[in-house]
Design a protein around this ligand. Structure first.
Ligand code: ACO
Length: 335
């Protein structure tokens, strides 16, 4: 398909994760709500998920993942020029979770901010970071996807509580230097349709509906989702974003090593694969062991794929995501 465009050049120096030790299996959920392990596995592919302890917030997991990514990169956290945290479950409404991550890492000075784009958040953050590097003002950026979904899930609602898990993944990227082998984002696209905000949201706790006794009693501080609608839109949006990313990178599905989609559920990922013409064996999935960890799902999956040796330097990987907003995005990454 000709020479691929250069795109945004950067090197992934290191990745890291932080996953709570506590495992909640489908069998455990059978004892909590009216469900069966079989139903959950059949409909979602999820077998277990990690759950944070009550005193663990999103920044605890995010800071640990970023520290691990910095260690893997051979850098100290204070050498980062910016920290971007993608999350839908921030520590506080303000300041940003990225600032709490700084505090936990005992670093200061570099820019720190959050990206709130749901499950697409880490991909949005990667797009922003790659542009910051291309602009030349930043050289090294830590991008974190971190969530404690268990604290915003309604544990009496069987249609949502079986889906989510907690965790964080982080990636340290550095602007390309003279002589670096080609690497970075060959192409990327992103988008949103805020008109569909009410199909997946947390109704209370913000300025639309501040917390009151009634909002707490009405379970309005939890995930509210029209599951079927989200399912269909997720498949369409992730497949078309991936197809557009491949086309603008001028890369064929044969040339890619892996597809790492947002890990929502196996059926969504398989349908995305099929719709975008990517062979099923190139689909990389970790959803069976972590559930849907929203913005953390892609950086955690990327880390696991690298750890398992499924991706090597120079390989092409398609990343695609979809989430609350609704938001979506995709990119072709040369590792
Ligand atoms: N156990 C047993 N039965 C259940 C459960 C459960 N945990 N949850 C729902 N059911 C029941 C429903 O009550 C319904 O019963 P009814 O027919 O008597 O009314 C029946 O199962 C079928 O429910 P559906 O909602 O039609 O089931 P569906 O096949 O759509 O699967 C699911 C539900 C898994 C939630 C699916 O819609 C889905 O995956 N949606 C996407 C949700 C998602 O991943 N969201 C994450 C955030 S966005 C993102 O990350 C992309």
């Amino acid at each position: 398909m000709g020479t691929p465009p250069q795109g945004k050049q950067f090197t992934i120096l290191g990745t890291g994760v932080s996953l709570p030790d506590k495992v909640l299996t489908n069998a455990d959920l059978e004892r909590m709500v009216e469900t069966t392990a079989e139903w959950i596995t059949d409909r979602t592919g999820i077998q277990e998920r990690r759950i944070a302890e009550p005193d663990v917030s999103t920044s605890v997991l995010g800071a640990q993942a970023l520290r691990n990514a910095c260690d893997a990169a051979g850098l100290r956290p204070d050498e980062l020029d910016a920290i971007i945290v993608a999350t839908s479950t921030p520590d506080t409404l303000f300041p940003s979770t990225a600032c709490w991550v700084q505090r936990r890492l005992e670093v200061r000075g570099m820019a720190a901010f959050d990206v709130n784009a749901g499950c697409s958040g880490w991909l949005y953050a990667l797009e922003i970071a790659s542009n910051l590097l291309a602009g030349g003002h930043s050289k090294t950026i830590g991008i974190v996807g971190a969530e404690v979904m268990s604290k915003v899930v309604d544990w009496t609602d069987r249609s949502t509580c079986v889906l989510f898990g907690d965790g964080a993944g982080a990636t340290v990227i550095r602007a390309a230097r003279e002589g670096d082998p080609p690497a970075g984002l060959l192409s990327a696209n992103w988008g949103a349709d805020g008109n569909l905000a009410p199909i997946l949201y947390q109704p209370a706790g913000g300025t639309q509906k501040p917390a009151t006794r009634a909002t707490v009693e009405g379970n309005e501080h939890t995930v509210h989702m029209e599951g079927k609608e989200v399912f269909h839109r997720a498949v369409r949006a992730m497949a078309s974003a991936a197809t557009r990313a491949l086309k603008s990178a001028r890369v064929t599905t044969d040339e890619i090593k892996l597809l790492i989609p947002h890990q929502a559920n196996t059926r969504i990922m398989r349908a995305t694969c099929e719709r975008s013409g990517i062979p099923a064996e190139k689909l990389y999935s970790v959803v069976h062991r972590y559930g849907n960890i929203s913005a953390a799902s892609i950086p955690v999956a990327l880390h696991d794929a690298l750890t398992e040796g499924r991706i090597e330097r120079g390989d092409l990987v398609v990343l695609t995501a979809f989430g609350t907003g609704l938001t979506w995005g995709a990119g072709v990454l040369r590792y």
